[in-house]
Write a new protein. Structure first.
Length: 429
């Protein structure tokens, strides 16, 4: 019998903070009671909209060429992960392998390949560095595969059948073999660096979400039900003004790890929680103020904010911008904002034509680069005290002529249009 620890819906922000603090406070020995709840004020962010200098939060910017090895020629980079010594990028040809580079851009090797055999994956949904084991995990929907970074060979092959055993399932023939499908699927997976994995699952029939903590072999330690997601129709306005309506689907949530703590964020609500065994505690709340229309959540006239990354001092969010602030939105109506955890201040970033977000395209909100007078910057990934982004080689060469950055000009002299993308690292203060 599963233990149900349910995070109930939120009506008002103040009620949320007071009520949840009482209902889901951890025991005093956990140390979580004293943790301040961050409140990200969207109205304030819109009022503060404007230019944000990179030097306000960062001390240095660096550019690296990614070695253009014949077995690791990259196209558009839409996903990346990294640890202290490595950069992990899925191959551009339908994620057939995982490219491993050193942090200075030197190509090391490819690990894994697409397939159903031992040591293979059907897709690359998540890339989880396991620094304490000098390994990397590739989660591909049907299973997880751990590869040693010492030699690139398979360390361990972990089918999710063992984790999902006992759940409702159906079997069918596919390409001459029996394939089993389960009512639950794994949506997110995270690793705390201490030998523990966190798996966020959802039942495809009723939308129930459970968080499961396992050991390094995916043997279950504990689980809790987080909440039942909301099923909504989604209407989206295209750049040409046309309105597209999608069938109803479950809008659930996601998890990420911050300083080893598991954080769950519900996309259609306004609160993120720190989750521990038998304990779910408010971590931060998003206050939409007069813009909030929770009864129509997901429709084109709403705004919604999603946490992208978190560092020691900043929380990075993407959001749908209300028409009143169109000048701060990209062509799809999206924008970027940051929340300064030190100053307790939210800011909507000014968009720049030359700024690129691989999720939303060109013209996104970004930092003004006053560190070296180079191109604007928005991170694609964060690791430790560094933020990372990439720029297509041809575009980088073009921008190096537009901006006065000596560092950009130096890198541009070393590449050509056929080179791999340029890696950009920004070191936070």
């Amino acid at each position: 019998m599963r233990k149900k620890i349910i995070a109930r819906p939120i009506v008002q922000l103040c009620f949320t903070i007071v009520t949840l603090s009482i209902l889901w406070s951890c025991n005093s020995d956990s140390g979580s009671n004293s943790q301040r709840i961050e409140v990200i004020d969207i109205e304030e962010a819109l009022k503060n909209a404007g230019e944000v200098k990179l030097s306000d939060y960062a001390s240095e910017i660096r550019y690296y060429t990614l070695e253009s090895d014949t077995s690791a020629l990259l196209g558009r980079i839409t996903d990346v992960s990294m640890d202290e010594n490595h950069i992990f990028i899925p191959s551009s040809d339908f994620m057939k392998t995982l490219h491993v580079f050193a942090r200075d851009g030197k190509f090391i090797r490819n690990v894994g390949s697409k397939g159903r055999a031992k040591g293979e994956f059907m897709a690359i949904r998540s890339i989880i560095p396991l620094e304490d084991r000098n390994a990397v995990m590739v989660e591909g929907g049907n299973k997880a595969v751990i590869y040693s970074l010492d030699d690139g060979k398979t360390w361990e092959d972990i089918p999710f059948d063992k984790f999902l055993a006992g759940q409702e399932s159906t079997s069918r023939q596919f390409n001459g073999r029996m394939v089993t499908s389960y009512s639950q699927n794994i949506q997110n997976i995270g690793y705390d660096g201490k030998g523990n994995f966190y798996l966020l699952t959802m039942d495809k029939k009723n939308g129930e979400q459970w968080l499961v903590m396992t050991d390094s072999t995916l043997e279950k330690k504990w689980e809790m039900e987080l909440r039942r997601p909301v099923k909504k129709e989604l209407k989206m306005k295209l750049p040409n003004g046309a309105l597209v309506q999608f069938p109803p689907e479950y809008y659930s949530g996601s998890l990420y790890l911050n300083d080893g703590e598991c954080v769950f964020y519900h996309w259609l609500k306004d609160t993120a929680y720190i989750v521990k065994e038998n304990c779910i505690t408010p971590r931060l709340a998003v206050d939409y103020g007069r813009f909030r229309k929770i009864e129509n959540a997901g429709n084109e006239d709403d705004i919604s904010a999603h946490i992208e990354y978190e560092s020691k001092s900043l929380i990075f969010l993407s959001m749908r911008i209300p028409e009143l602030f169109d000048e701060y939105a990209d062509k799809n109506g999206n924008g970027h904002l940051i929340y300064d955890k030190i100053k307790n201040r939210a800011i909507l970033l000014k968009p720049y034509e030359d700024a690129t977000d691989e999720s939303h395209g060109n013209g996104c909100g970004a930092f003004y680069n006053d560190l070296d007078n180079g191109m604007p910057f928005w991170p694609l990934a964060i690791q430790g005290k560094s933020m990372f982004s990439f720029c297509d080689a041809g575009k980088f060469m073009e921008l190096s002529r537009k901006y006065s950055s000596p560092k950009m000009k130096e890198i541009a002299s070393l590449i050509n249009e056929e080179s791999n993308p340029v890696l950009i690292e920004v070191v936070l203060k």
